[in-house]
Design a protein around this ligand. Structure first.
Ligand code: SME
Length: 136
């Protein structure tokens, strides 16, 4: 079995990579499921978020964790589920991370322009999540 420490270094590496290498990925976080909540495990971006713990079912993040489906929000100002973190955020994508068929966490990416994310970003992040799940 892999240690928690190994999972932590994997999540740290993924957020750093996505934020620094993918154009338009302005802020990247990974939340892990803890009981009925999502808890921020790693993040990379210009500033910290106040949303370090989100109840499953709340916000775009909580919704994706509940349904196990990728959420692409083209314009956060038009989505009533959206929990605001950064004034600069215009779009968001949230991709669940699975292990053993269960949602164990998710990758959350904020973008600074409307329509920042396409279905290709969804496919890409689902592939990343697919690699991450087994090592968390
Ligand atoms: N916007 C998210 C909350 C997390 S922050 O974007 C970092 C949501 O609506 O769930």
């Amino acid at each position: 079995m892999l240690s928690h420490k190994k999972g932590k270094s994997a999540t740290d590496a993924v957020v750093r990579f996505l934020n620094s290498r993918v154009p338009g990925y302005s802020w990247v976080g990974i939340y892990m499921v803890e009981g009925e909540d999502l808890v921020l495990a790693a993040w990379s971006g210009p500033e910290a978020t106040q949303h370090t713990r989100i109840p499953i079912g709340k916000g775009v993040c909580g919704y994706a964790a509940k349904t196990g489906r990728t959420e692409i929000v083209s314009d956060v100002s038009k989505d009533p589920r959206y929990l605001q973190c950064f004034i600069s955020t215009k779009a968001e994508i949230v991709v669940p991370v699975f292990k053993g068929g269960k949602v164990i966490g998710e990758i959350d990416v904020d973008g600074d322009r409307v329509d920042a994310f396409s279905s290709l970003d969804g496919e890409f992040l689902e592939a990343v999540a697919g690699k991450l799940g087994p090592v968390c």
